[in-house]
Design a protein around this ligand. Sequence first.
Ligand SMILES: CC(C)(COP(=O)(O)OP(=O)(O)OC[C@H]1O[C@@H](n2cnc3c(N)ncnc32)[C@H](O)[C@@H]1OP(=O)(O)O)[C@@H](O)C(=O)NCCC(=O)NCCS
Length: 166
Amino acid sequence: MNAVLRPASAAPSGPVEWQPLTVAWVERILPIEQQVYSHPWTRGNFIDSLSAGHWGWVAVEADEPVAYWVAMAVLDEVHLLNLAVARDRWGQGWGQAALGHLLDVSRQRGAAQVWLEVRVSNARAQALYARNGFEPMGLRRGYYPVNGVQREDARLMRRVLKAPTA
Ligand SMILES: CC(C)(COP(=O)(O)OP(=O)(O)OC[C@H]1O[C@@H](n2cnc3c(N)ncnc32)[C@H](O)[C@@H]1OP(=O)(O)O)[C@@H](O)C(=O)NCCC(=O)NCCS
């Protein structure tokens, strides 16, 4: 009842092609980053992240980047640093595909937990994370910039992948 009809053809069809995030891909995803965030990462932020050994993957369709994520692993915990979908592809399952890929990679590498921060105003992303088993773990006050004066809280969320061993 009252289901919102969406064009099924718009969803990722078949398996999504994931490629490692390289410097060449950084150039191609910067326009997406600048389109979807009020405070986008710079080229330097991405390069520094890759240089630090963080994980980065890009979903590619017909040679075009559609979505990407970057995460940092510390011991058996993964911290999601960035996850985004090209603005004209929202609502087609790419966010779900990106988060699913992050969880798959994290499991394959033996992670026990995945953590992230999200703006408290970002209901869309929080809904995506909640649907995927992320639980709210508290707030980080004033974590994000809004303008020169105001700041916004982050909601800290965690998804447990493996029960802790005694
Ligand atoms: C948050 C974000 C990643 C979500 O991406 P998305 O591609 O729109 O996410 P999905 O399509 O997987 O899911 C969102 C919606 O599409 C619907 N959907 C999921 N799979 C679908 C499919 N196969 N076909 C059609 N619709 C689908 C979901 O039900 C959901 O609907 P809802 O918004 O009404 O609840 C995207 O909005 C974004 O890039 N935002 C800017 C960056 C950002 O905020 N990142 C998070 C930082 S913490």
